[in-house]
Design a binder for this molecule. Sequence first.
Ligand SMILES: C[C@@]1(CC(=O)O)c2cc3[nH]c(cc4nc(cc5[nH]c(cc(n2)[C@H]1CCC(=O)O)[C@@](C)(CC(=O)O)[C@@H]5CCC(=O)O)C(CC(=O)O)=C4CCC(=O)O)c(CCC(=O)O)c3CC(=O)O
Ligand SMILES: NC(=O)C1=CN([C@@H]2O[C@H](COP(=O)(O)OP(=O)(O)OC[C@H]3O[C@@H](n4cnc5c(N)ncnc54)[C@H](O)[C@@H]3O)[C@@H](O)[C@H]2O)C=CC1
Length: 229
Amino acid sequence: MIPLLHDFTDVPVLIFGGGLVGARKSRRFAREADVTVVSPEFVDEPFGPHELDDTESTAGSIELVRAGPGPENVEEWIARLEPALVIAATDDGAVNEAVVESARERGILVNRADRSGDRDPGSVVVPATARDEQVVVSISTGGTAPVLSKYLRQELEETLEGASEMATVLGDLRTELKRRDVPPDRRREIVTDVVNSSATWTALRSGASKASQVIEDVLEEERSRGGNP
Ligand SMILES: C[C@@]1(CC(=O)O)c2cc3[nH]c(cc4nc(cc5[nH]c(cc(n2)[C@H]1CCC(=O)O)[C@@](C)(CC(=O)O)[C@@H]5CCC(=O)O)C(CC(=O)O)=C4CCC(=O)O)c(CCC(=O)O)c3CC(=O)O
Ligand SMILES: NC(=O)C1=CN([C@@H]2O[C@H](COP(=O)(O)OP(=O)(O)OC[C@H]3O[C@@H](n4cnc5c(N)ncnc54)[C@H](O)[C@@H]3O)[C@@H](O)[C@H]2O)C=CC1
């Protein structure tokens, strides 16, 4: 399987199943998408953004629809909502199977939560995601051990701290160096030194330096060693 990043802004996503898994995936996709969850019952777990996890902010929406379609009725829901992605997260294998078949016939992305192996070609897996704003790492174990994906996600969240600020520094610095016609090889050396500098990471993580300050310092150093900036 090959990871891709997909922009779900304002895109409909349909989830069958209002258990813990349906709730988790609805929070995940409501970050961007307009999520509809169809289920005869919903667990108490919050379906909105998790109050303890501010990385799961909701720009999209979640609508809960109380219904329990049988395998033969699943297709009507998919046809009516025309989602970009369907998630089969019920505890009924026949319903999940019908969701997969119907989505496949219509060429819609489909994620089946109750299977790790035996996937249909074209199906998608939801990876664990560690994120610091625009910087994203996704983790999958090929379905063998989701709990390991979760563990690694938690480990990586520490590593990623400050990565968004560092990305801003490096992106803006590259723009400034280009504007000053610094040759590509030298540009690469400069940004490589910055990203490898533990002092810069520490300064950004602690808030001791702002991105603009770091950029100014680098340009100043380059000026003093006789470069163009
Ligand atoms: C194939 C996949 C399909 C898919 O959903 O896309 C799938 C399938 C299954 N998961 C099961 C169980 C658990 N899943 C989790 C957690 C997560 N599962 C997620 C993804 C995936 N799970 C996909 C593969 C990802 C990969 O390749 O690694 C994560 C990463 C993303 C998310 O779902 O949001 C999220 C962590 C998010 C985070 O915290 O970052 C926990 C841990 C917990 O709950 O604390 C448990 C209990 C421990 C255990 O049982 O191992 C079962 C058995 C059910 C049963 O036996 O009843 C199946 C079905 C089967 O294996 O047959
Ligand atoms: N992918 C993952 O991360 C995980 C997957 N699973 C698997 O995913 C499935 C769901 O897990 P949980 O949410 O923990 O189970 P759960 O039993 O808490 O929830 C199942 C939900 O499906 C609903 N449902 C039943 N029939 C339905 C129908 N015809 N249409 C719509 N909704 C219907 C139920 O009302 C319930 O809300 C399980 O079968 C389990 O094997 C379980 C844990 C993690």
